[in-house]
Ligand binder design. Structure first.
Ligand code: KG4
Ligand code: ZN
Length: 339
């Protein structure tokens, strides 16, 4: 079956997103709504609110993609949707939407692993990436977000293995919680990054968890506790005075930990193509340090442009396309067009 245009749907957490990606990996349209305002007051994502907001937003995002491209369902060959991992209610809204549209339009659909979307996000093409980065396997992937901190050795999207992962919290979670202690608004990672820009990252001393262990597993709960202890021991005045140094020092500890473990995984696997993706890959210090390490070691680095770091449907359409072009569909039994 010849697939030219894939509609992607992402709703695994608090971003509703729809995209159209073509067989040249080009993003023809991408519209997303994030729910930060709805969840901010609770200082975290509330699953029920997330599901309800996806229900409200997804179909209008599909319409926006069609309006921008002048396409209709007649131009769409298949639908890819995030089916795991994520909040169960949110996933159900996305998968039910995708299944219903696919069935109504008599086109195939595929449930896609969200983490596989992040793995291929650096290779998405659009008009702002003329010098595009070609998708080549194998690679070593650090997927680092609010919910995940995983390192994979990836031979293909159907053949990859876990080299290391966080034993407790994700790096994004550790950054967001510390940002909250500093009074920044949820989710906080990006604001912490900004606040840290001109501050002294060696001003406070935070632990680098598991750095002496000879494996690629990570841990952030101890660092989170150390951050909380330090902040609660400061007077209001000292906290205000040192806010930027706190942000810079804590961010440095997170970034050092991520890089150390990625380096260990690289030594273990000897892979020379490095992928760093997920929301935290938008972090300016992480990007700068990883670029420098790859340059020094002569490693090829693929990292998404900022708009594809955080959750988006273009990466899901892309990962879905890569599977579907190998003949993998979720509804073979439903759609005669998929055989
Ligand atoms: O991939 P993503 O959109 O959602 C999950 O799958 O979790 O990642 C969201 C995470 C949040 O923790 C957010 O604070 C973090 O990515 N993030 C950042 C930056 N931009 C987003 N963390 C550090 N620096 C940034 N610039
Ligand atoms: Zn994600």
């Amino acid at each position: 079956m010849h697939l030219k245009k894939i509609l992607g749907i992402e709703s695994s957490c608090d971003d509703s997103s729809v995209a159209i990606v073509n067989s040249s990996y080009k993003v023809e349209s991408l519209f997303s709504t994030n729910q930060i305002k709805e969840h901010q007051v609770f200082k975290g994502v509330v699953p029920e609110i997330a599901s309800r907001t996806h229900t409200k937003d997804l179909l209008s995002l599909v319409e926006l993609c069609f309006k921008e491209t002048n396409y209709s369902f007649a131009d769409i060959d298949a639908i890819a949707v995030t089916s795991k991992p994520g909040l169960v209610g949110s996933l159900m809204v996305g998968t039910t939407t995708a299944k219903t549209l696919a069935l109504a339009q008599n086109i195939p659909f595929l449930g896609v692993n969200h983490l596989e979307g992040h793995m291929v996000a650096p290779f998405l093409q659009d008009t702002s990436t003329p010098a595009h980065n070609k998708l080549t396997f194998p690679f070593l992937a650090l997927i680092v977000s609010g919910g995940h901190t995983h390192i994979y050795s990836v031979k293909s999207l159907s053949d990859y293995c876990l080299i290391g992962k966080t034993l407790d919290d994700a790096a994004g979670e550790a950054l967001d919680k510390f940002a909250q202690l500093l009074g920044l608004t949820f989710p906080g990672g990006a604001e912490l990054d900004k606040l840290a820009t001109h501050a002294d990252s060696s001003y406070f001393n935070f632990p680098r968890p598991l750095s002496k262990e000879k494996n690629a597993n990570l841990s952030f709960s101890g660092l989170k506790a150390a951050g909380s202890r330090l902040v609660s021991g400061l007077s209001k005045k000292d906290l205000l005075k040192n806010k930027a140094h706190l942000a810079a020092s804590y961010q440095r500890a997170v970034v050092d930990t991520l890089i150390k473990k990625l380096q260990q995984a690289q030594e273990e696997t000897q892979l020379t193509h490095i992928v760093v993706s997920g929301g935290v890959s938008a972090n300016s210090l992480l990007r700068q340090e990883i670029k420098q390490w790859c340059k020094n070691k002569n490693l090829h680095l693929s990292i998404p442009s900022l708009k594809y770091c955080t959750d988006n449907a273009a990466m899901i359409a892309f990962a879905g396309y890569l599977h579907m072009k190998e003949g993998l569909f979720s509804n073979q039994y439903l759609s005669p067009t998929s055989t």
